[in-house]
Design a protein around this ligand. Structure first.
Ligand SMILES: [Zn+2]
Length: 407
């Protein structure tokens, strides 16, 4: 009698597992029929799910670089697959011997019925996990957290929190087989990400503000403005000093949608790292460098043969420009910023540009002569003049500023 109750329970427990309705049958043959029918149906349903779960969990391990967890993670799925992947289910009529083989494999695989019941819950949850593709969110969050670098100092608590969360990924089985725990882990990662983004934004703003203030200070220095004007002399770009100064601002960040960017990646596009310190040189050190840059331009204007010749030529026709002053400067070390800036004015640069861009064209009188020979009355002198002007204009282009008449 006791044996048959045991037998009955053995069937009931497995039927309960797959069947939601209450089992009222007490007849052992009916129970066997019901169980067998359930098994045939259930395995049809389970096999594709198990196979998908195996694939997804393999992928998960790969993506999280946790290949060492594969064996532990996949064993519940492999065991269930082994139980269902047998030929005897194919002969649906032989209920009694079918069930006998089923229980035999079940015991040899799981040891006892309770182990089976426990583990099938795990496998069911894993199938659900892969069916819902929860791996995607998990991989995304993990990769995000993995890319976060926190400074050693001042972020001790955050570092500990990050470490604690990441450590949970070292044991994936509870995450993939327990939906509540999965939600908990995902919530923790989301919360951490939120805190990180806020902290990063705060730091980024502080860094950029210091940066911008410094840049504003430099750009409004009269010495810097003078250097900038000089660098706009056509064909005379001596960039090193200006480039050197601008190199401080190569990290200047123009990004406006930082929060959106940080949802996808752990750093701003400018590459700023959380906790990064800014080392800005003092203005007192910058000014002599800028003056040196200015002086190197002045030296070129004074010593480059071609440049100097053009400037002097220009001076002959425009004696009042400041070009004269520039050409006589020996040193600007003792000249203060505002003076430098007013000397190297927009007007001066315009004059220099004009001087350097003068186009000189030689015209030989001999070549003009054939078109001019003839007899003119005094009243026709104006006609002669116009003729000469017309002829010269035909020979020179509109950009020509100097016309050299030769024999
Ligand atoms: Zn940035």
């Amino acid at each position: 009698m006791e044996e048959s109750v045991k037998e009955l329970n053995k069937y009931k427990k497995v039927i309960d597992l797959f069947n939601k309705e209450q089992i009222l049958d007490q007849n052992i043959e009916d129970l066997q029929q019901k169980l067998w029918y359930n098994l045939i149906e259930v395995r049809k349903e389970y096999i594709p799910g198990i196979q998908k779960a195996i694939r997804i969990n393999l992928y998960l391990c790969q993506m999280l670089d946790e290949k060492k967890q594969i064996k532990r993670l996949l064993s519940p799925l492999f065991r269930l697959n082994h139980l269902f992947d047998q030929r005897f289910y194919k002969s649906p009529d032989n209920v009694e011997s079918g069930l006998k083989i089923f229980y035999k494999i079940l015991y040899s695989t799981y040891g006892n019925l309770d182990n089976f019941l426990k583990e099938i819950k795990i496998a069911q949850n894993m199938i659900q996990f892969s069916h819902k593709r929860c791996d995607k969110a998990l991989i995304k969050q993990y990769n995000y957290l993995k890319n976060i670098t926190l400074p050693v100092r001042g972020y001790e608590n955050m570092r500990l929190d990050l470490f604690t969360i990441l450590k949970k990924f070292n044991d994936l089985l509870p995450i993939v087989s327990n939906p509540e725990y999965l939600v908990e882990v995902l919530e923790e990662t989301t919360e951490f990400k939120k805190i990180y983004i806020l902290e990063y934004q705060k730091n980024h703003l502080y860094y950029q503000n210091r940066f911008n203030n410094f840049q504003r200070k430099i750009y409004t220095l009269p010495e810097y403005r003078a250097l900038e004007r000089l660098s706009s002399i056509n064909g005379l770009q001596l960039k090193p000093v200006k480039e050197y100064i601008n190199s401080f601002f190569s990290h200047k960040c123009e990004v406006e949608n930082l929060e959106q960017i940080l949802q996808k990646q752990t750093r701003c596009k400018c590459g700023f790292n959380l906790g990064e310190k800014i080392n800005l040189p003092s203005l007192i050190k910058i000014i002599p460098v800028v003056k040196k840059g200015i002086m190197s331009y002045i030296r070129i204007l004074q010593t480059n043969e071609e440049v100097n010749r053009r400037l002097k030529e220009y001076l002959r026709y425009h004696p009042n420009t400041d070009i004269k002053k520039i050409l006589s400067i020996n040193s600007i070390e003792d000249i203060n910023g505002p003076e430098i800036s007013s000397l190297i004015s927009e007007d001066l640069i315009r004059d220099i540009n004009k001087a350097l861009n003068q186009r000189r064209v030689k015209i030989s009188l001999q070549k003009l002569a054939p078109d001019l020979t003839g007899i003119y009355s005094r009243s026709e002198l104006k006609i002669l003049t116009n003729k000469i002007v017309k002829l010269i204009n035909e020979k020179v282009g509109p950009e020509t500023t100097l016309i050299e008449i030769t024999f």
